[in-house]
Design a protein around this ligand. Structure first.
Ligand code: C2E
Ligand code: MG
Ligand code: MG
Length: 461
């Protein structure tokens, strides 16, 4: 009649069966694994109830015997859905519906194009372009993961050859999943793919391996990386660095050439001092370990300038280009113009104060643009002041700890910022009361306060 009652009953059955029998000179231990399906919850047909119970019994055995397992309709529906999806993806792969897009990487300081990352896409005949996060997790753990991975390598190598044939000398990188990388056939497949075109320079082929692949497999991953780089000559990058363990022993032991800082940290370096510190820390580590470093998810010129100030000169992101089809590559490369704000900026020689002031100016600009957008946005958004997200005050607090500047100057900066915030708050409440947007005059007043802050920063230029 109740859940407690059948739990009790199941326990009682298991306990009374699981006992030791002495028969003649033999001692016999008996156990029980029970599969349960409940009617009408799991269905009403006797044969399907029995099938489900039988299935659950095997689950009970798998999970350690001498226990019981309930048939879980929702779970099994999910498993059936996944299996359908996997079948669909398998078919799509067989139909050649997968292709690789390419996203450029540049050396910001010189403007030089340094590489292209191959990113898989599923071009569905009806749904259009489907991103990898929508289908890669479904093939994870199946044989298809390795098959698709091998295809990506072959396509990447072929693309490298095509560009080389056109006289374009550039590095191509492909992403490699953990299972693919640790698969026994990986090394030979890579070798075969590279040997197909003896004229290409394997030094211009890079594998982007997830740092998380090394967790629990450090020795094995080290061996594979060494074999790939020493014997085949390919380059290795640790992808998404910062998102998993970010282990120092990984950095010390794995013979990777490049560290890719994950975009989730890069995107907020102009806002969040914590993300700034993570990125800055990773850049420092890569320097200490003599590796090169590249930032992903560089969406604006300001992000690039900030990274240059932090000592990271390589970047990939929408500020340079979104991933594009292979057929668009050659035109893009021929028309590529370096970002002048990056090439004309040379912060390496700058004294630390000047660097910090330039960073503050970038942060302030970013905050102010957000602030204005927020003020001109809808009223509903204004009710939630957090959405404005001005974190400049947090940076000022950090400045105080750092002791790079005179305290009186920091206090002036702080006061000026407080004044600005106060005006913003007044404007917000006026807007809410009168249900209107700020006027031109209001915005001009803000501009004046912003200029004051800028000129304070300018004292250090
Ligand atoms: P990833 O290797 O870290 O690739 C970078 C991702 O960031 C790409 O997403 C790229 O389109 C996106 N991205 C680049 N610049 C920006 C930017 O400025 N802003 C934003 N918001 N995003 C940016 P995508 O193509 O959707 O790929 C997602 C992930 O799927 C990849 O992350 C990679 O882990 C995986 N992946 C993609 N292709 C393959 C593949 O062929 N094999 C394997 N195993 N994994 C792949
Ligand atoms: Mg990658
Ligand atoms: Mg990444």
């Amino acid at each position: 009649q109740s859940t407690e009652q059948y739990y009790e009953l199941l326990e009682r059955i298991i306990i009374s069966i699981s006992t030791t029998y002495f028969i003649d000179e033999y001692t016999i231990d008996i156990g029980a694994s029970i599969g349960v399906s409940i009617s009408p919850l799991d269905g009403e047909q006797l044969d399907s109830l029995l099938r489900q119970a039988d299935f659950s019994m095997y689950k009970a055995k798998q999970t350690g015997k001498n226990n019981f397992n309930f048939f879980d309709l929702a779970h099994s529906k999910e498993a059936a859905r996944r299996s359908m999806k996997l079948k669909e993806i398998r078919q799509a792969f067989a139909n050649h519906e997968f292709c690789l897009y390419y996203q450029p990487k540049v050396h910001m300081a010189s403007g030089k194009l340094i590489g292209l990352e191959a990113l898989i896409r599923w071009v569905h005949p009806e749904k259009g372009v489907i991103s990898p996060i929508q289908f890669l997790p479904i093939i994870e753990g199946s044989d298809l993961e390795v098959t698709v991975g091998n295809w990506v390598i072959e396509e990447g190598v072929l693309q490298l050859k095509k560009l080389n044939d056109l006289g374009i000398d550039i590095e191509i990188s492909v992403n490699v999943s953990s299972m693919q990388f640790l698969d026994a056939s990986f090394y030979n497949n890579l070798k075969k793919a590279l040997n197909r075109y003896p004229n290409i320079n394997a030094n211009h082929f890079q594998l982007e391996v997830l740092e998380s692949s090394a967790i629990g497999n450090l020795e094995q991953v080290t061996k594979i990386i060494s074999a790939c780089s020493e014997e085949l000559g390919v380059k290795i990058a640790l992808d998404d660095f910062g998102t998993s363990y970010s282990s120092l022993s990984h950095l010390r032991q794995l013979p990777a050439d490049t560290i890719k800082i994950d975009q989730s940290f890069v995107q907020d370096i102009l806002v969040d001092p914590n993300d700034y510190s993570i990125v800055s820390g990773v850049i420092g580590l890569t320097k200490s370990f003599n590796r090169s470093v590249i930032a992903e998810g560089v969406e604006t010129t300001a992000h690039g300038l900030m990274l240059l100030l932090m000592g990271c000169e390589n970047a990939q992101g929408y500020a340079i280009s979104k991933p594009m089809k292979a057929c668009e590559l050659v035109d893009w490369i021929q028309e590529y113009k370096p970002n002048q704000s990056w090439t004309e900026f040379s912060p390496i020689e700058m004294p630390p104060q000047m660097k910090r002031v330039k960073q503050l100016a970038l942060i302030l600009n970013h905050c102010f643009t957000n602030m204005k957008e927020y003020l001109q946005g809808s009223l509903e958004e204004k009710i939630n002041v957090d959405k404005m997200g001005c974190h400049f005050g947090r940076w000022i607090r950090l400045l105080k700890q750092e002791q790079l500047f005179e305290e009186s100057w920091i206090n002036q900066l702080n006061q000026s910022h407080e004044d600005l915030l106060q005006v913003v708050e007044e404007l917000i409440s006026n807007c809410i009361v009168s249900a209107s947007r700020p006027t031109e005059r209001d915005l001009n007043k803000l501009d004046t306060l912003f200029e004051e802050l800028q000129s304070l920063l300018g004292q250090y230029h």
